[in-house]
Design a binder for this molecule. Structure first.
Ligand code: ACO
Length: 382
């Protein structure tokens, strides 16, 4: 047994996977061999889900059937809506509310008696969870604004239906396409922290509800999914203080603060998802007649590049651009990370299914650095 310690499991291979591949040295990302650029431009999020879960791109008939299955599973039980209303009234954080609601969904799972190794049943359960996450999030946001939730519309696609349930208005084609693309970009990304969390839970043959709930918890942290909100907060702070974005970035560097939306454990160059979203931000800024966020992000990126950060591999990641894109779509800031969870649930489920197919309990070890041979002292003598 190797005694080499790899803090943060950096560079450690723990599984084989056919799902996604990242070449961090050149900024390449593929899902099952297809480049993220092709999938973002050409495929819908439903097609990407099908690809991840079933191993290949669907035909038109397969896609239509798959979309129908997902659409008919969108409704959540009234008890769950009541819980969501309670959480909204208690001013719960949206990621925490999502975590609670997804966990609660299992109580209403029609196949709860299926055996843990019945992976077809796990896939169907995963599909139900994926279908219901937008309904949960939209209901939560509406309740906290004093509105009633909006029933899902089965005639709309996954992305369009979420925007409709959130705002009550059918999105225009640009908004729907942009949001659908953002979901595709976030669907999978190797063994990132939340996916690995879901896999560890799955490796115990626990149910998929536990795995997705765990993934949501891991994603909520500021070093992972939470960074897109931090980026938006930063942009807003710059706007409110009328500070120059470069001045803000310089102060942050001098104070030794990390720049949210920069750096990545795997990418040594700019994240390809950031490049795609940057293009979208250009389009949205033009169509909305407001280039404030574009101006700030461009200035910060340019300054950090001049300062040599890009050379050191600290380049923009997907979160640097996703927040401003969502803001242009009218999505509230604290829903950014839950939306990331909505998209990534597809990847979590795919990885759990793939891993459970040839399952081995994940159980690493720690190097013990505590005391040895401690003499036990009875409680009254301590
Ligand atoms: N700003 C400034 N310096 C940074 C940044 C940053 N955003 N990220 C890393 N660095 C520096 C570190 O200070 C460190 O410098 P040092 O060697 O002089 O001490 C060096 O780069 C290496 O940093 P590590 O923390 O070892 O790199 P790690 O691989 O662990 O970090 C992480 C990756 C956590 C994403 C980090 O870059 C970070 O905190 N970024 C900001 C948060 C963020 O954007 N998270 C989203 C990640 S993408 C995603 O989850 C979708």
């Amino acid at each position: 047994m190797s005694s080499e310690l790899k803090r943060g499991l950096e560079g450690v291979l723990v599984a084989e996977s056919e799902l996604s591949y990242i070449d961090g040295s050149v900024g390449k990302l593929v899902y099952r061999g297809y480049t993220i650029e092709d999938l973002a431009q050409e495929a819908s999020y439903e097609e990407v889900l099908y690809l991840l879960w079933h191993g290949e791109l669907p035909t038109r008939e397969e896609l239509a059937e798959f979309e129908a299955r997902l659409a008919e599973e969108r409704r959540v039980d009234d008890d769950i809506l009541e819980t969501i209303e309670t959480l909204a009234a208690a001013d719960e954080d949206p990621m925490a509310a999502l975590r609670t609601a997804v966990s609660m969904l299992s109580a209403y799972e029609p196949e709860s008696e299926a055996e843990p190794d019945d992976l077809d049943a796990t896939l169907r359960k995963g599909r139900r969870i994926t279908a219901k996450i937008p309904t949960i999030l939209a209901a939560f946001d509406r309740f906290r604004q004093g509105n009633e939730p909006i029933e899902p519309d089965e005639t709309l696609g996954y992305a369009g239906n979420f925007l409709y349930m959130l705002t009550g208005v059918e999105p225009d084609a640009v908004a729907e396409e942009t949001f659908d693309m953002a979901l595709t970009l976030h669907a999978d990304h190797g063994l990132n922290a939340s996916t690995f969390t879901a896999m560890v839970i799955g490796s115990t043959m626990a149910d998929i509800y536990s795995a997705v709930t765990g993934g949501i918890g891991a994603l909520s942290g500021p070093l992972h999914g939470g960074a897109n909100e931090d980026v938006m907060r930063t942009l807003q702070e710059i706007e409110d203080s009328s500070k120059d974005p470069v001045e803000w970035a310089r102060d942050a560097r001098e104070e030794g603060r990390r720049i949210p939306g920069f750096g990545h454990r795997v990418y040594e160059v700019k994240d390809p998802r950031a490049t795609i979203l940057e293009e979208k931000l250009h389009d949205l800024s033009e169509s909305n007649g407001d280039d404030t966020w574009l101006e700030y992000t461009t200035a910060i990126e340019g300054y950090l590049e001049e300062e040599g950060l890009t050379e050191k591999g600290i380049a923009p990641n997907v979160d640097f651009y996703s927040g401003s894109v969502y803001d242009h779509l009218g999505i509230p800031m604290d829903m950014f990370t839950p939306i990331f969870a909505m998209a990534r649930a597809g990847g979590w489920i795919a990885h759990v299914l793939e891993y459970q197919d040839e399952n081995r309990l994940i159980r690493p070890r720690a190097r013990y650095t505590g005391p040895e041979d401690a003499e036990f002292v009875p409680i009254d003598e301590r």
